[in-house]
Design a protein around this ligand. Structure first.
Ligand code: FEO
Length: 394
């Protein structure tokens, strides 16, 4: 439970949530951390905090540096409770402390906690000199809530980016040169796909600002701190926010009696024959948040379900609902599935894909068990379709 000094007088004092496996529906196999940062001096300043159940971790780390009852300023980059959940206890210890936040941050915190705390609201691009250090506040609305801002400590060149550039990783290592970078990048991709994806337009506005200030350190509020690989993560954020896709297909399905699965594999062969990499996601064994990671840069999305009680299978409904909320754009897609007599699953899936304004290919629908000939035809048809469309951009 030690703090870590990241630059002189600037400490990581966050909480590590080793047991976290569900972050509002997102499977977090590696747990997470809620990174809080303490800046000491004439005034002691805490940037963000931790979920309530990790308050003791936060306090134990702060105690190694200062008396936790001597915090003067609480900079709140974001209202969501993973970063503000310890505010009530921190303000019980420090009733005179001032909260510095965005206008929407003040509104959100008042609505969350219903307390008469002291606020100082900062506008976009506003700078304050505290402790002889210049703090530059930049609003980043919708990355991830309307209240979000980032704080740049100008002389130390540290960008406290809150949710942006985060990853759900619990670890005793803090920096990107200490932890396997391929895992950090994969978790950053999963984080973007499941949290930031709907806000690509807002992210696009932030990237040039970050490039312009050229920080030495990007200190997010989840996971590993960026120091060595800042250029690499900015490059990925540019691609993701531009909605860039590659020639890759994902086939997402659930199946009652394996007929829809037979179709899924016939479709897979079609993509393979067309030399398009493909990933299979049986919803009985895959989590929707892992599927989103793959979907982030996939050009083709194929969704299959058997028909059950004039409807789709519940796992497919959950996937479609989750995907719709994350609002991917500009993909090719189609529905497929086996049915007994009604066949309603296909139009139901198609309707959902239409709502996302995907470019729809003809659906594939088979009654009961598809024959070998039918499966071969599916493969050939998909291969032809993909070869024709391969050069087309959505
Ligand atoms: Fe990590 Fe939007 O909170």
């Amino acid at each position: 439970m030690l703090p870590i000094e990241i630059k002189k007088g600037v400490y990581w004092v966050g909480g590590i949530d080793w047991d976290l496996r569900n972050f509002h529906g997102y499977l977090t196999q590696r747990g997470s951390s809620y990174n809080a940062y303490l800046i000491t001096g004439e005034q002691n300043i805490l940037i963000d905090n931790v979920k309530p159940h990790l308050f003791e971790q936060l306090i134990t780390r702060i105690e190694k540096i200062i008396d936790p009852r001597k915090i003067d300023i609480l900079i709140q980059n974001h209202v969501e409770m993973d970063h503000s959940g310890s505010l009530p206890k921190l303000l019980e210890l420090n009733p005179k402390a001032m909260i510095i936040t965005s206008p929407n941050g003040e509104k959100g915190l008042k609505l969350h906690y219903k307390k008469e705390w002291k606020f100082q609201v900062v506008q976009n691009n506003e700078q304050l000199t505290l402790n002889n250090r210049v703090f530059h506040f930049l609003h980043t609305p919708m990355v991830h809530w309307p209240d979000n801002m980032v704080t740049y400590l100008t002389d130390d060149r540290i960008l406290f980016s809150n949710d942006a550039f985060g990853q759900h990783i619990s670890s005793s290592e803090r920096f990107d040169n200490e932890y396997p970078i391929d895992i950090v990048m994969e978790e950053a991709k999963k984080y973007y796909a499941n949290i930031v994806f709907p806000y690509g337009e807002q992210v696009k506005k932030i990237i040039p600002v970050v490039e312009d200030i050229n920080p030495d350190i990007i200190a997010p509020s989840h996971g590993i701190i960026w120091k060595k690989h800042i250029r690499a993560i900015l490059k990925e954020y540019k691609k993701w926010s531009a909605n860039e896709t590659v020639e890759k297909a994902i086939i997402v399905y659930d199946t009652m009696w394996k007929s829809t699965e037979l179709m899924a594999y016939a479709i897979m062969k079609g993509f393979e024959n067309a030399k398009v990499p493909v990933e299979m996601f049986n919803l009985q064994v895959n989590h929707i948040s892992d599927i989103m990671t793959s979907l982030l840069d996939s050009r083709y999305i194929c969704v299959g379900s058997s028909t059950l009680n004039s409807n789709i299978l519940p796992s497919v409904a959950a996937f479609l609902t989750y995907m719709k909320g994350l609002a991917p754009k500009n993909r090719h897609a189609f529905a497929f599935g086996s049915y007994g007599w009604g066949g309603q699953s296909i139009p139901i899936i198609e309707d959902e894909l239409k709502k996302l304004k995907f470019d729809l290919f003809p659906s594939i629908k088979e009654q009961y068990i598809p024959s070998e000939e039918t499966l071969d035809k599916i493969t050939v048809d998909i291969q032809k379709l993909i070869v024709i469309n391969k050069t087309k951009k959505c």
